[in-house]
Ligand binder design. Sequence first.
Ligand code: ADQ
Length: 459
Amino acid sequence: MSRLIIVSNRVAPISEGGPAAGGLAVGVYDALKETGGMWFGWSGDVLSAPAEGISLEERGPVTFATIGLVRRDYDQYYRGFSNATLWPAFHYRPDLIQFDRHEFEGYCRVNRWLAGKLAPLLKPDDVIWVHDYHLIPFAEALRELGVTNRIGFFLHIPFPASQILLSVPRHRELADALCSFDLLGFQTAPDLRAFCDYIESEANGSIERHADAPCRISAFGKTLKAAAYPIGVYPDEIAALAKDGESGRDVQIVKATLHERKLVMSVDRLDYSKGLVERFRAFERLIEHQPQQRNNVSFLQIAPPTRADMDAYRDIRLQLEAESGRINGRYAELDWTPIRYIHRQYERPVLAALFRESHIGFVTPLRDGMNLVAKEYVSAQDPDDPGVLVLSQFAGAARELTGALIVNPLDIDDMADALATALSMPHGERQARYRDMFESLRENNVSVWRDNFLRDLRQ
Ligand code: ADQ
């Protein structure tokens, strides 16, 4: 079989087979080990002088190829156009979009530069799979260099409705660049529909739709395929991690400090798309309107920093610190703190074990391509005594996890009601909901996602 080449902004730090790597990294790495191939991308280093060359690290049949970025490239390509323009736009936050034409040019320049570094390493029958919004112009850049290999693209974040995309200057160039891929993969059917709508209504393109196969798109003088491929997890592995971690130190500490109180738990990168402030207020509303819940339930929010050098991220952090302080100041008692907010990263086995310990997984992004935390929470539950997932209707995962209590993350009362329902849900109902969701996670695990995408890309 032909080699697989994975291209992503960051190359996942893999400790082979170890539990530290996430499902996505493990799933993709498994495929690389099967066919042999390469994982290519930014090393994460910001350099003061241009990188001399690519760093190549061989691990069996897989080569990890990484390269550093100079400060200007990091600022324009990563911090600028990717994360200050595309990220807010694609998460339906046009109010937060910042646009600078130099950053857009930097974004295109870095894509061309990376493509130029990869091209000499390619073999004629390699299959190339590019990941996420940082690399929209990557296929176009490879094509300009004469690369004719099959190239696919998977978008991990939502694809916005046309009217939102129109607010991104240079949207037409982005759509044109996307059409240089052979296959586009989206997380959900609504994301695919939004892309098709843009193609038909704004780009004068045409779409041939098929019930059980990717649709065929003609636009910008190119033809390509597109479909939805919801990303999954490995639920049985997460369940095993969670069970093994039960007796671990961190879990024991949390248990001891809970004193039999119920635990509501959330884990997110600290990002404004994750709905954290609204979530804190919903927990407040619960204990405000149901005084019997006070001292009876605690909320643990783990939210490690990301993109902390950007204003919008500093703002959300300050807002969250203020809200947790205000709510705790209002309701805490000598022996009870309503909200425990922890601004740091934890190992995956610890998170899995804590998920298993908690009565409610509270996952309420304002927008999310999929949200793997929701899937990890369900996977980690004890089948004999599972917790309840409260999930935003705007997470891609809500389309599959229909056994969750689905909420509107802007409706504080709705979320507080769902928490109350979850806290008193009978054992039989919790089990029935959990079983449905666990089965669906098994049927659509991360291997299925990967294999379906690669099958359609190779065809
Ligand atoms: P993210 O926005 O990062 O991913 P998510 O899908 O929830 O969101 O994935 C986060 C991963 O990081 C999970 O595996 C989670 O366990 C882990 N994580 C989060 N907080 C952590 C912490 N404190 N300590 C350790 N690990 C933590 C993007 C898109 C999503 C999409 C994924 C995959 O925004 O919508 O689901 O890619 O496609």
